[in-house]
Design a protein around this ligand. Structure first.
Ligand code: APR
Length: 231
């Protein structure tokens, strides 16, 4: 049974209306990473950081999954082997599109985390500065997302999946942030066939066996159809 491991990035949600990070006018053109996506930035100005994630959480809640998210859910349903989706995204569009057991290596906007005791709960739509933890009551609630300088989540599980992959696909990611940018090398070492589906060639495009260029809502359904036709 061929196992497929898929890594997705902000590009797969772009056609659902959510900003990417490094494209023209992307999130990192509007905000400084050190101000809104680091523990130091949160300590320095929690209102700015909570405001940044509240705005993204409200926007993400209104977004709809697109044909690419839905095609990956179809692949999970119809492929004979296991299909594992690892996402760098913090939106829930894979789940909304019907995918299951999605691995969120950078956390999720829907999650809240207590910086004091580590308790996790479902985040309110807008998290206030000094929001209290329901477990320890400390005013230490933060978005349960992985900031720069912090360890991504579920890395051991992800590396186990990569070691068993027959096919590895990277979809909608610029390949500029590690450790995700190195997954293609891990998969290749395990003998996987590797493919990149992206609007433009990513930084790591030359590491892939195949590069399919175009918008995800066009390339991903066609790629899934091709795989399922092989069964
Ligand atoms: N279809 C396919 N690919 C697209 C589309 C689209 N419609 N629109 C944009 N892309 C591609 C871009 O060409 C780019 O290569 O998606 C990629 C988005 O790259 P980034 O904005 O860098 O997003 P991502 O790779 O997910 O960033 C990784 O960096 O800032 C951190 O934590 C953040 O998870 C994020 C990580």
């Amino acid at each position: 049974m061929e196992k497929i491991v898929i890594l997705t990035g902000a590009g797969i949600s772009a056609e659902s209306g959510l900003s990417t990070f490094r494209d023209e006018g992307g999130l990192w053109a509007q905000h400084r990473i050190e101000d809104v996506a680091t523990p130091e930035g949160f300590a320095r100005d929690p209102a700015l950081v909570q405001g940044f994630y509240n705005a993204r959480r409200v926007k993400a809640a209104k977004a709809q999954p697109n044909a690419a998210h839905e095609a990956l859910a179809r692949l999970q349903r119809d492929w004979s082997g296991e299909v594992v989706i690892v996402t760098q995204n913090v939106d829930s569009l894979h789940e909304d599109g019907g995918a299951d057991s999605v691995i969120h290596m950078h956390g999720a906007l829907s999650g809240a985390l207590c910086a004091a005791c580590g308790h996790r709960w479902t985040s309110p739509p807008e998290m206030a500065v000094g929001e209290r933890c329901p477990a320890c009551a400390a005013p230490s609630a933060r978005p349960d997302v992985v900031w720069f300088g912090e360890m991504p989540y579920h890395m051991n599980t992800i590396y186990d999946h990569l070691s068993e992959a027959s096919i590895f696909a990277a979809i909608g990611t610029s390949g500029q942030v590690y450790p995700a940018a190195a997954f293609v090398h891990e998969a290749s070492l395990s003998g996987a066939r590797t493919v990149e589906l992206n609007l433009d060639p990513s930084t790591g495009a030359s590491s892939f066996d195949q590069v399919i260029l175009g918008p995800a809502t066009e390339t991903v359904p066609r790629w899934v159809d091709g795989l399922l036709a092989q069964r």
